[in-house]
Design a binder for this molecule. Structure first.
Ligand code: GTP
Ligand code: MN
Ligand code: MN
Length: 629
């Protein structure tokens, strides 16, 4: 490890305000000293992201029991981490947006007055790292120095976090060089919140997964700061991901004219060899990682992965919309990942992967529900208890995850990490809807597309076809991730769209893989077959550019639907009645849905852009006109 310095022995204890002041001055060393003075670690280590460093940390975690090495013949270079059973997911109730004006956080975020939150955090962070090592992790979201990239420095007392950040972001001394030379960085402080010495200096025993029952995931959009306390779980602790790349970056984007979105990114190549780039926003657990690594069933097409969770979108010099995946790895949900659903992911996880909260086989390999059809006869479950098939609880935690480098993905696109990004041809929004929403529809305009994004939703309960259940709204799939008022986010999307060249602006679509029949079965086979929908989407791009002259779509009240024959269904076991149901637009239940949308919009008051209210009025009109098609 490069530099092991004794912690500064501050004469007086540090404060949160002193740390913030140093960060505001752009002085990374003064900031680290101030954070150390506040949290009082045993030592401070500056990380360089090297392989030597990673190996040393992994060896240390194997010794302390944080990581269990898997059998090197079965799963080389891979480890299992078991978290505290109470620290397994993001904690939205303890996630705060601390903007000076409450209205700027909007009605969908937990808001705290910044001064009050700072006082609270000052209390919990004081001495929080006593007896632990504090690691300083300089990282870049996006290729280092790229025009769409941003820098951050995370301080953490968790070696698990350091190693995971090394997979998920670009960590290195090159980043530190830029920061030391004055490049702006996002200061991000993380502590597991379990010091190894009490106030009197007496030792406390460590545990394999330290954490605290008190948790704070606090964001200060004004000063671009992140303070995370009490959790070691990915979304709460790997601060480059949801905290920076979505919550803080969305605010940066608002202020600077770009977009930080909960989107996968893929490259499609048609049988004619034409290339297209598509970004898609689906809420958590709605299939981003699946679609990002899709193996097309449609002959002649290829789909390559660029990103599976986050995309940063920025208008380019020629009025095009460019996109990068700011991450360097995948932190995906394990359960449900199997040969039948995501073979590329299964191949990706063959080695060099950190698994968290999956089950362990007697041979020293991993297993989770959905990896194979038949579970092994004996397992150790995610909590370390014996497990046999038929046990009441699942062997792997439903939110168990894998952490693996992007390069390990067999479908990763050539040049996926091009600092200039890729030019987007289409943007797709999707939710998990058992009813109403067609398999695919194209927005008539950018404004209509923003309306589609703003109204993404899933049924709370599986409702019968044609009946709208209570809708859980997740606008732009950003509900837990937008660092400012959601309605302002819609207005920002309208502004960004208006700043693009009309001919180069991506087309916008809505998809729904999850429509069901009366028996509750999915109408659409999904997974690899979704390539058929992607093919129609990019065919529409070709038509908009005059590269095709055949009719691809017909109008409907909810958008353009594939014209008869335009969606390739040959080779599918799909009868005409099922196909019709996949695209059915029932005026009655859609009228009901527009009422719910109006109620939803009302929760944002007068911040809802007029263009979206107009769009809702137009939808009502289209639904109300008998014979409209
Ligand atoms: P986060 O990583 O949490 O943001 O979520 P994600 O959007 O990446 O979700 P993920 O790909 O892990 O979603 C997995 C869930 O979606 C599983 O339950 C899959 O079975 C389901 N799923 C994905 N694609 C399809 C599909 O085409 N059809 C159906 N029926 N289910 C799908
Ligand atoms: Mn996600
Ligand atoms: Mn995912």
């Amino acid at each position: 490890m490069p530099l092991l310095a004794d912690a500064p022995t501050a004469p007086t204890r540090g404060t949160l305000d002193a740390a913030t002041a140093a960060a505001r001055n752009g002085d990374v060393h003064a900031w680290v000293e101030a954070v150390a003075a506040l949290t009082q670690p045993r030592a401070v280590v500056w990380c360089d992201g090297s392989d030597v460093e990673r190996r040393a940390l992994v060896a240390q975690m194997v010794r302390t029991g944080t990581l269990l090495p898997l059998d090197p013949d079965l799963r080389p270079g891979s480890y299992l981490a078991r978290s505290d059973p109470a620290d397994v997911a993001r904690v939205e109730s303890r996630t705060f947006i601390c903007s000076p004006d409450q209205r700027d956080a909007g009605p969908t975020n937990n808001w705290r007055e910044p001064g009050a939150m700072r006082d609270e955090l000052d209390g919990v962070f004081t001495g929080a790292m006593r007896g632990r090592t504090m690691y300083v992790v300089p990282f870049s979201m996006g290729p280092v120095g790229g025009p769409l990239s941003q820098l951050g420095v995370q301080v953490t007392d968790s070696p698990y976090v350091v190693v995971s950040m090394g997979v998920m972001t670009r960590v290195g001394s090159d980043v530190l060089d830029l920061v030391e030379a004055g490049a702006p960085f996002v200061p991000a402080v993380h502590s597991v919140g379990m010091p190894l010495r009490d106030e009197a200096g007496d030792e406390i025993d460590d545990v394999p997964w330290p954490c605290s029952s008190t948790k704070y995931i606090a964001h200060f959009p004004e000063s671009r700061e992140i303070w995370s306390f009490g959790s070691g779980y990915g979304g709460n602790a790997l601060l480059g991901k949801k905290c920076f790349a979505l919550r803080i970056a969305s605010v940066m984007g608002r202020d600077e004219g770009w977009l930080a979105e909960h989107m996968l990114l893929v490259r499609l190549t048609s049988p004619q060899g034409r290339r297209y780039h598509v970004a898609a926003a689906f809420p958590s657990a709605c299939g981003k990682t699946n679609l990002a690594m899709l193996r097309p069933t449609l002959p002649g097409w290829t789909v390559e992965t660029i990103g599976d969770d986050i995309a940063w979108l920025r208008p380019g010099p020629d009025g095009e919309l460019r996109a990068i995946n700011p991450e360097a790895g995948f932190f995906g949900v394990a359960p449900g990942t199997g040969e039948a659903t995501n073979p590329a992911a299964v191949e990706m996880l063959a080695r060099d992967t950190i698994f968290t909260n999956v089950a362990l086989t007697p041979e020293g390999d991993v297993w989770w529900e959905g990896l194979t059809e038949t579970p092994p006869a004996h397992l150790t479950d995610w909590r370390g208890r014996p497990w046999v098939p038929g046990s009441e609880e699942p062997a792997a935690h439903p939110n168990s995850r894998f952490t693996v480098a992007a390069e390990r993905c067999p479908s990763i696109a050539a040049g996926w990490d091009d600092p200039e990004g890729v030019v987007l041809d289409a943007i797709v929004f999707g939710g998990r809807r058992a009813t109403n929403v067609p398999l695919v529809a194209q927005a008539e305009s950018w404004e209509h597309g923003v309306f589609m994004g703003a109204t993404i939703s899933s049924e709370r309960t599986a409702a019968a076809e044609g009946v709208v259940g209570e809708l859980r709204r997740d606008p732009f799939a950003m509900l837990p991730f937008c660092g400012y008022d959601m309605a302002d986010h819609w207005a920002h999307w309208l502004r960004v769209g208006a700043s693009l060249d009309r001919a180069r602006r991506p087309l916008v679509f809505q998809v729904n893989w999850f429509r069901r029949d009366d028996e509750g079965r999915f109408l659409w086979p999904g997974f690899g077959e979704n390539s058929r929908v992607l093919a129609w989407i990019v065919d529409q791009v070709d038509r908009a550019r005059g590269l095709r002259t055949d009719v691809g779509a017909v109008a409907s009240p909810v958008g353009l639907l594939p014209a008869p024959g335009a969606l390739e269904t040959r080779g599918l076991d799909l009868d005409d009645a099922t196909l019709a149901r996949l695209f059915a637009v029932d005026a009655g239940s859609w009228q009901l849905e527009t009422d719910l949308t109006e109620e939803f919009f009302a929760t944002f008051g007068d911040r809802v852009p007029q263009a979206l209210r107009d769009r809702l009025a137009r939808l009502r009109e289209a639904l109300g006109t008998p014979g409209a098609d």
